[in-house]
Design a binder for this molecule. Structure first.
Ligand code: ZN
Length: 404
């Protein structure tokens, strides 16, 4: 990984390129490796950066890792905590001090020790460092499987502690009003709704409720943006749900997805369907399950929706960015005579659209919507369109009129 990053650096160092072109060279190499190893190219690029940092800036740690004297987690701790130190001499002193601890202690304890060492060696006070650190604040999400996701927030200690304390107080106050079901079922009121959520569950429910329905105190859009009536608080959450007809009707329990790709539970999907102001019918091929058309495909405006339904996500090999945040790319360049129809259009995220435009990645679309990609080094990969159905044994629906 470090060697590939060095190759990328060498290829761009020999010519005066703008920084965006250097980044593209690196991305293209990462995508080559990702294609060969079936790993997302963003993950490959991150690993290339981390590997080069370890090899170049922490040689003793790299050697200890190569000899099996410390684990990858120890090495990661040393590199991550050492990033606060810009001066190479100070960093070398830090590395030797912390590595000595890493050789005889666990990774979490090594991290705590490394934080203290950085505090001692750093030329700036915590106040100065916080000014830079606060720029890294962000929110992220991660899929956990089983229809669950994680939402994380990075912010300054004071604000995150304050938010946590408020959630805990609200959850405790809510818990005091909880009505729990009596131990003996015979005493239970059949019409009552008993609340038996734990403190963790209450915190999570209140936090999500606040995020989905609350509004920010500071709203820079007030009175400035047309179409933002009601300000930021009026902006509603969006979710694109694909649900098979039988599941929508409650006759089956499988196949519901978020953005056509992430499996979600049928109860949540049916609940959202019942509240949705509009929805579209998607026709799929009875044999291979590929999308054939949407209800209103003929209108040009709906070509976009058709592509989103067919592609589901970015069509670059290995990428899962949802179609709704993707560009519509002419596989064969429009300026060179490429047509604006479904057979020559595909969803590509900004990153991969730029990569395809700037670097010799060649997509050729087949009649069934598959895209045959050829990389700059001649490696090829075929990306088929998503299937919406998987055939499996399900009980026959009850006789009577079809639900749709
Ligand atoms: Zn992509």
């Amino acid at each position: 990984m470090a060697a590939t990053q060095q190759i990328a650096n060498q290829r761009t160092a020999s010519q005066p390129l703008p920084s965006q072109m250097r980044e593209l060279e690196e991305r293209s190499i990462a995508a080559e490796i990702g294609l060969a190893t079936r790993v997302n190219d963003r993950a490959v690029q991150n690993r290339m950066h981390a590997a080069l940092e370890l090899v170049q800036d922490y040689p003793a740690t790299h050697q200890a890792l190569a000899e099996g004297r410390i684990s990858v987690r120890h090495a990661t701790v040393i590199v991550e905590e050492g990033r606060a130190l810009g001066d190479p001499d100070t960093r070398a002193l830090y590395e030797l001090t912390v590595l000595e601890r890493a050789l005889r202690d666990t990774a979490p304890r090594t991290r705590a020790f490394a934080e203290q060492v950085v505090e001692e060696l750093h030329s700036c006070s915590i106040t100065e460092r916080h000014r830079d650190a606060v720029k890294t604040r962000k929110v992220w999400r991660q899929r956990l499987g089983n229809g669950m996701s994680e939402l994380g927030i990075i912010g300054s200690d004071v604000l995150v502690d304050g938010a946590w304390d408020r959630l805990t107080q609200q959850a405790n106050a809510s818990k005091k009003t909880q009505v729990t079901a009596p131990e003996d079922d015979a005493d239970a009121d059949p019409d009552a709704i008993y609340d038996e959520r734990t403190l963790d569950q209450l915190r999570a429910d209140i936090a999500i409720d606040l995020l989905l329905t609350g509004g920010p105190t500071i709203d820079p859009t007030t009175g400035t943006i047309t179409g933002a009536k009601g300000g930021l608080a009026a902006i509603q959450a969006r979710a694109s749900i694909v649900i098979p007809a039988l599941t929508a009707a409650g006759l089956a329990d499988r196949g519901a997805t978020l953005d056509g790709a992430i499996p979600i539970d049928a109860d949540t999907a049916r609940c959202l369907l019942a509240q949705a102001p509009s929805w579209e019918r998607i026709f799929t091929h009875p044999i291979h399950g590929h999308v054939l058309a949407t209800d209103t495909y003929r209108r040009p405006a709906n070509l976009d929706r058709y592509l989103a339904a067919r592609d589901v996500h970015c069509r670059f090999p290995g990428c899962r960015r949802p179609a709704r945040v993707c560009d519509r790319d002419h596989n064969f360049d429009w300026a060179l005579g490429g047509t604006t129809d479904a057979c020559n259009l595909a969803c590509l995220c900004k990153r991969h659209h730029t990569l395809k435009t700037e670097k010799p990645w060649k997509p050729v679309q087949q009649r069934d919507g598959s895209i045959h990609w050829t990389s700059p080094l001649g490696r090829s990969s075929t990306d088929p369109p998503e299937r919406y159905v998987i055939f499996r044994d399900e009980p026959d629906p009850p006789p009577g009129d079809p639900p749709f």
